[in-house]
Design a protein around this ligand. Sequence first.
Ligand SMILES: Cc1cc2nc3c(=O)[nH]c(=O)nc-3n(C[C@H](O)[C@H](O)[C@H](O)COP(=O)(O)O)c2cc1C
Length: 212
Amino acid sequence: MLDLQDMRTDYMKGTLDENTVPSDPYLLFEQWFSEAVNAELKDPNTMLLATAGQNGQPNIRAVLLKIFDENGFVFFTNYNSVKAEEITQNPKVAVEFLWLELERQVRILGKCEKITTKESLSYFMKRSRDSQIGAWVSDQSSVITSRKAFQMQIEKMKQKFAKGNVPLPDFWGGYRVIPDQIEFWQGRPSRLHDRILYTKETEGWKIERLAP
Ligand SMILES: Cc1cc2nc3c(=O)[nH]c(=O)nc-3n(C[C@H](O)[C@H](O)[C@H](O)COP(=O)(O)O)c2cc1C
């Protein structure tokens, strides 16, 4: 990826100009993301993920962005969770990053697909042992009787995996959000915000300014 440090200075003035933004939205995202990190925002990799399953009911929750590159935005989760079920029924998702302190939001429309087991394993191995065991224990989104019962399950699982590496559960891994559209929103005075929409085309991206 290109070094976007010079561009950052411009955007720190709080404007977005369709004539000077990079032609590649990933470059702009990378720049905004590093600015959110530098501003020491709490968990700037938090993204809101909206899904809608077969019945069309939208659902939304926070997940953490763990891999970002020109292929898309990757988060990790339980493949049996409600979100996973909804993604199976309808892979179209919406994502929002909200960096209020910087008066910025990024909105993404796209589709979700599972990453490879190899990629999931590579991230799983970087997680703490407790988080690895947590992935095994949590039947995410299922109803549980009590916190106490859950903690007993954790203890059991700790004993089961007392020795050696904790293996990657086959029901746990990453999803990649592959964007069709990415909108960058920069707050401006008097509600005259800057909105720049990137839409994927066969070759590259179309860039348009949207009314605030
Ligand atoms: C800041 C934050 C980060 C989260 N990150 C993740 C994550 O990376 N993966 C995940 O499965 N759940 C994450 N969660 C929990 C989800 O929001 C949600 O409770 C859980 O995934 C179950 O969602 P579902 O029932 O829609 O599948 C996070 C919650 C918060 C508040």
